[in-house]
Ligand binder design. Sequence first.
Ligand code: GLU
Length: 465
Amino acid sequence: MTKVTRFAPSPTGPLHIGGVRTALFNYVYAKQNKGKFLIRVEDTDAERSTEEFEENILKGLSDIGINPDETPVRQSERSELYMLAAEKILDSGNAYWCDCSKETLDEMRKEQEAAGKKPMYDGRSRNLGLERTNNSVLRLKTPQDGELVFHDLVRGEVIFQNSELDDLILLRSDGSPTYHLCNVVDDFNQGVTTVVRGEDHLSNTPRQIHIQNALGYDSLEYAHLPMVLGQDKKRLSKRNAVTSLQDFFDQGYLESSMINMLARLGWSKGDKEIFYLDDLISDFRIQEVQKAGAIFDPSKLDWINNHHLAALSFDDFKNRLIPFLDALGLDYMQKKNNNEIIAAMRSSKPNLLGVAQDLIPYFSELSSYDDKAANKFLIGSEVVLEYVQRKLNGLEEWGEDSIDKALKEAQTGLSLPTPKLNQPIRIAMTGSTQSPSLGLTLSLFNLEEVNKRINAALEYLSHKN
Ligand code: GLU
């Protein structure tokens, strides 16, 4: 049978990386089985769902290359299906109207809590044959004893005691269908065969299977994925990490890196670390997903992004970097050797925003020095700056090799350890102590600019004294 999976986000917040992982595993599982991947927007919570969040979710998935095989559906537009299903359950004798008031339910809960029992609806209206009133809810007659067993592709056999499950509400008193009913009816109507979702939904599954049974639907395949955890081992949230996909794109993490990182959250294949979407479609096995929570490690993402950035052709890298340079207002075109500068700096940071920021001193005037660096190395370095400047001005040819040679000679001439010679020059040129090798750094500027910056540093020092 063709496998059909779906990602069913509730548009109550921006696309979260945990959600992207769920979508990714659904997508990969469908594609590797030559099946279909669908998207369903679960927007029945009218108060918390917004069109902006829906757009953010659909765009994020499409940016990352996870496209559905059919137009996404919205639950808010399918209420007729849910009503028909509710009627069918009622007609088959598997549901009943219950008009217990809020006070009655509160009292029931208090008594159960006082007796040390799990609070749940006790089924008191189940056999009363009540008619619908303005206050009635429709409840499912859930089997009261026995076990509900299902096989989970990740967790193996999962068993729930029916006595732990109460008669869940299918229709609220205002007639609106509940989440569980919509979810089950949609999976059936969309032809879904396999539900891949977060472990937080595990306890919903027996309830949903009871609804499926009441409707006579075929059973589904399930895979409940381990939760994505922050570094503090708590569930990943805005409080302990950057969670929105767009925020990662805004920092210059590549789509392919996000896919790679997310695939590794809860799944691995030997020592292999670098995966692209196509690799996942051939290598990923849902049965190999671990049960334990998966910790999202931002430094691992940096490492992965470094690899993915390094694998880009220069042109591709530059095209992706340009929006970041533009956003910083850097006029890179005014430098004839901009390609050389970008190539020298392309691995300076693990994301494009960091690389673009590191390029500021190369594509704009230097306006200040890093305080710590200046205090440590620049103060008192007049002799070094002047000596090296003289050496550089005596060069016949301006290039990395000849500059390196001049620096070596200066070091011998002044008999200084490398940092004492190099760091003042580096700070004079870039404002900080971080740059590629000094010969290369200097060669990225012309002699005129080097003189200008060394003079500016000397001028700065003259005010410090
Ligand atoms: N709408 C649910 C959520 O956003 C997903 C339900 C499901 O996958 O069955 O968590």
